[in-house]
Design a protein around this ligand. Structure first.
Ligand code: IMP
Ligand code: MG
Length: 175
C-alpha cells in the first residue's frame, strides 16, 4: 500500500514549528486588527489547513470567505490567472486579509490583489505561511510571512503535488 509520505525529502516545518508560526502570526494579526472586524479571504485549496489553524488562534472577531483560482500551467506562463470560484460576499469597506499557503512567483497574489483592489476594501493585507526566496512583483507586499523557504517544491499542510499530500501534518520537500 502506498504510504502518505512516499516520495518525500527533508521536513522543512514539523508540527511543532507550524504551530509556533501560526501562534506568532495570530498574535501579531490579533493585535494589528484589534480595532476593526477582520475579514479573512482564503485562497483555495492550499490555504485551507493553514487558515483553519490560524483563525482558531485569532482572538479578534473575524469572518471568512474563500476564492479559488485556476492554476496557470506552462501554457499560461504569462501569469494569467482565472477565478474558478469567486468570493461569496462583497468586500467593499471591509478590512480584508488574504490568506495564502505559499507565495512562489507572486503572480497569483498579484492578480488577486489587483482584482480585490477594484472592489474597494477599507484595507487589503496579505498573510502567507510560506514565501519562497525569489523575486516577486513590486506590488505584492507580504504583510505577514510564516517562513521564508528556499525555492524548492514543498508539500503538506494543505499544499499539494497533483492533489496529493495535502493532509500531511508537516511541510516537506518533494524529491
Ligand atoms: P505563484 O503564483 O507562483 O506565487 O504560485 C502560487 C501557487 O502555486 C500557490 O498558490 C500554490 O498553489 C502553487 N505552488 C507554488 N509553489 C508550490 C510548492 O512548492 N508546493 C505546492 N504548491 C506550490
Ligand atoms: Mg497546487
Amino acid at each position: 500500500m502506498a504510504h502518505a509520505a512516499d516520495g518525500l525529502g527533508d521536513v522543512l516545518l514539523d508540527q511543532e514549528s507550524l504551530q509556533a508560526e501560526v501562534t506568532r502570526l495570530a498574535e501579531k494579526i490579533s493585535s494589528d486588527y484589534a480595532d476593526r472586524p477582520l475579514h479573512l479571504v482564503g485562497v483555495l485549496k492550499g490555504a485551507a489547513v493553514f487558515l483553519a489553524d490560524l483563525m482558531r488562534a485569532l482572538t479578534i472577531p473575524t469572518s471568512v470567505d474563500f476564492i479559488s483560482t485556476v492554476p496557470y500551467g506552462p501554457v499560461s506562463a504569462s501569469g494569467v490567472v482565472r477565478i474558478r470560484k469567486d468570493l461569496d460576499e462583497p468586500i467593499e469597506g471591509r478590512a480584508v486579509l488574504v490568506i495564502e499557503g505559499i507565495c512562489a512567483s507572486g503572480r497569483t497574489l498579484a492578480y488577486l490583489l489587483r482584482n480585490f483592489r477594484t472592489r474597494n476594501p477599507a484595507s487589503l493585507g496579505v498573510c502567507v505561511l510560506l514565501a519562497k526566496q525569489r523575486e516577486r512583483p513590486p506590488d505584492v507586499r507580504l504583510d505577514y510571512v510564516g517562513r521564508e523557504i528556499p525555492d524548492v517544491f514543498v508539500v503538506g499542510y494543505g499544499l499539494d503535488k497533483d492533489e496529493r499530500y495535502r493532509n500531511l501534518p508537516y511541510v516537506a520537500r518533494l524529491t
